[in-house]
Ligand binder design. Structure first.
Ligand code: AP5
Ligand code: MG
Ligand code: ZN
Length: 215
C-alpha cells in the first residue's frame, strides 16, 4: 500500500507518518527530512536547497522527484508514506511515472484538514531530539522527564531554522498557491479521504488507520 499525507505546514504529516511506520511497517518518505539531511551533509543538493528552505519557498521539482525515485528503490516490498511530496502539479505528474516504473500504485491521498491559525503555534513550539529525531512540542508533547528524550534518553534537542513565524507564513502561502491545487487531480480519481487534523494525535492516527483498513 502506498499513501500520500497531504496538508499544510504543521498539519501533522511527520507525526502521523512516524506513528504509521511504527504500527504498520510502512516507510515514511519525507522530502523535507531528506533535504534537511542533504543540507547537513553539505551535498550538492543540500547546497542548492539550503537558502530556499530557509526562506520557506519550494525546492525545484527535479531535485525532489529525483530523491523520491531513489528512496523508493531501497524500499523492497514495503509500502510508502509520502510526507511532503508531491507539492506541485509537476511533482504529482512525476509521482505517477515514478510509481508506474516500479509497479506500484497509489492507494489513498489523506488530507489532514486543519485550522491555519493553530498551525503557527504548533510549528513555533516544535522541537526534536538531536540524537534520534523524536518529535516534541512545548505545549502539546513534552518529554516525560524534562530535558530527556523518552525514546533514547538523549539530552540535546534542536529546532528547525524555518520554524519562525515569518517563514511559516511563506510556507503556508506556498501551500495554498501550489500544493492545495493538486487535490482536485486526486479527487477526480476518487483517492482523497479527509481526516480532522485538529483532533488529538492518537485520534488522528486512528482515523487514518480506519481508512487504511477500509473501515
Ligand atoms: P517539510 O519538512 O515537508 O515541512 P512542512 O510541509 O512545512 O511541514 P512540517 O514538517 O512543518 O509539518 P508536519 O505536517 O510534518 O507537522 P508535524 O507532524 O511536525 O518541508 C520543509 C521545506 O523543505 C519546505 O518549505 C521546502 O522548502 C522543502 N521541501 C520539502 N518537500 C518539498 C517538495 N516536495 N518540493 C519542494 N520543496 C520541498 O507537527 C507539527 C507540530 O505539531 C509538532 O510539534 C507536533 O507534535 C504537533 N502536532 C502534530 N499533530 C498534532 C495534533 N493532532 N494535535 C496537537 N499537536 C500536534
Ligand atoms: Mg514534517
Ligand atoms: Zn531521542
Amino acid at each position: 500500500m502506498n499513501i500520500i499525507l497531504l496538508g499544510p505546514p504543521g498539519a501533522g504529516k511527520g507525526t502521523q507518518a512516524s506513528r504509521l511506520e511504527d504500527e504498520r511497517g510502512m516507510v515514511q518518505l519525507s522530502t523535507g527530512d531528506m533535504l534537511r539531511a542533504a543540507v547537513k551533509a553539505g551535498t550538492p543538493v543540500g547546497l542548492k536547497a539550503k537558502a530556499v528552505m530557509e526562506a520557506g519557498e519550494l525546492v525545484s521539482d527535479e531535485i525532489v522527484s529525483g530523491i523520491i525515485g531513489e528512496s523508493l528503490d531501497g524500499l523492497g516490498e514495503k509500502g510508502a508514506i509520502f510526507d511532503g511530496y508531491p507539492r506541485t502539479a509537476a511533482q504529482a505528474d512525476s509521482l505517477d511515472t515514478i510509481l508506474a516504473d516500479r509497479g506500484r500504485t497509489l492507494d489513498h491521498v489523506i488530507e489532514l484538514v486543519v485550522d491555519e491559525d493553530a498551525l503557527v503555534e504548533r510549528i513555533t513550539g516544535r522541537f526534536t531530539c538531536a540524537n534520534c529525531g523524536e518529535g516534541y512540542h512545548d505545549t502539546f508533547k513534552q518529554p516525560k522527564v524534562a530535558g530527556k528524550c523518552d525514546q533514547c534518553g538523549g539530552t540535546e534537542f534542536k529546532r528547525r531554522p524555518d520554524d519562525n513565524e515569518e517563514t511559516v507564513r511563506t510556507r503556508m502561502a506556498e501551500y495554498r498557491a501550489k500544493t492545495a491545487p493538486i487535490l482536485p487531480i486526486y479527487e477526480a480519481r476518487g483517492l482523497v479521504k479527509r481526516v480532522d487534523g485538529m483532533a488529538d494525535i492518537a485520534e488522528v492516527t486512528a482515523a487514518i488507520e480506519a481508512i487504511l483498513d477500509g473501515k
